[in-house]
Ligand binder design. Structure first.
Ligand code: PGA
Length: 253
């Protein structure tokens, strides 16, 4: 059985001081919670990782992640952060290909493939994002869009490596807009992605793949979304910044 994962992407919100406070609030709730087969990942800005990862150290199934990394291990790349640094700081997961990075930093599938490789090379887990824009949805080309994001960004990986990746479907029109994909709309794409993986890597790998949904997940809609057959949890943005909301979403899973 696939475990459920609830990941909170803090984006460029919270100072290190505010981040510590939010993490302390989460620790206070999570240390008394029985997570069962659920895993929780907190993904703050880079600056916070070391401090926050140490706060979660003693709590089973709760870990820290990063929002991006550079594709090289080290080098003269001013302002960049490598997967090796992220690992040493105590994080275990790295988001790759979030739509905000695709849009504002012009990250394409080819570059993202190299970033996925860099994350895997360090023994960390990439959370690879895909999702269509509103225009792509309205033009009915959403299957094609996610299909090329997945095939170009991931299908160069050998079968023993793809199994280490987590996928996240995040329709761009649902991110930060308050508009959630309906559980049926999300399920349709999740099933499509699992099929795509089965075609490339076989049914067993596809069946074991964790596929998260992201885009305006809230306490009010989480249970319904996570109840769908192919939705294995969520990548939560805005609602991850308030401890009570994020805990309610974990409880809904
Ligand atoms: P949102 O963001 O929950 O604020 O829509 C999700 C994400 O971008 O990961």
């Amino acid at each position: 059985m696939r475990s459920k994962i609830i990941a909170g992407n803090w984006k460029m919100y919270t100072t290190p001081t505010e981040g510590d406070k939010l993490a302390d609030e989460l620790v206070a709730s999570l240390k008394n919670m029985d997570l069962g087969n659920k895993k929780v990942i907190i993904i703050p800005p880079f600056l916070h990782i070391r401090s926050i990862a140490s706060k979660f150290q003693g709590i089973a199934d709760v870990s820290a992640g990063a929002q991006n990394c550079h594709q090289e291990t080290e080098g003269a790349f001013t302002g960049e952060i490598s997967a090796k640094m992220i690992k040493d700081a105590g994080a275990e997961y790295v988001i790759i290909g979030h739509s905000e990075r695709r849009q504002y930093n012009h990250e394409d599938n080819e570059l993202l493939y190299n970033k996925v490789r860099a994350v895997l090379d360090q023994g960390l887990t990439p959370i690879y994002c895909c999702g269509e824009t509103l225009v792509q949805r309205e033009n009915g080309i959403y299957f094609e869009t996610v299909s090329s994001q997945i095939s170009e960004g991931l299908f160069g990986l050998m079968p023993d490596m793809i199994g280490k990746v987590i996928l996240a479907y995040e329709p761009v029109w649902a991110i930060g807009t308050g508009k959630t994909a309906s559980p049926e709309q999300a399920q349709e794409i999740h099933a499509f992605l699992r099929n795509l993986l089965a075609g490339q890597y076989g049914k067993e790998i596809a069946d074991n793949m964790i596929i998260l949904y992201g885009g305006s997940v809230k306490p009010a809609n989480a249970a319904e979304l996570f109840g769908m057959k192919d939705i294995d949890g969520g990548l939560v943005g805005g609602a991850a910044l308030k401890a009570s909301d994020f805990i309610a979403i974990i409880q809904a899973a």
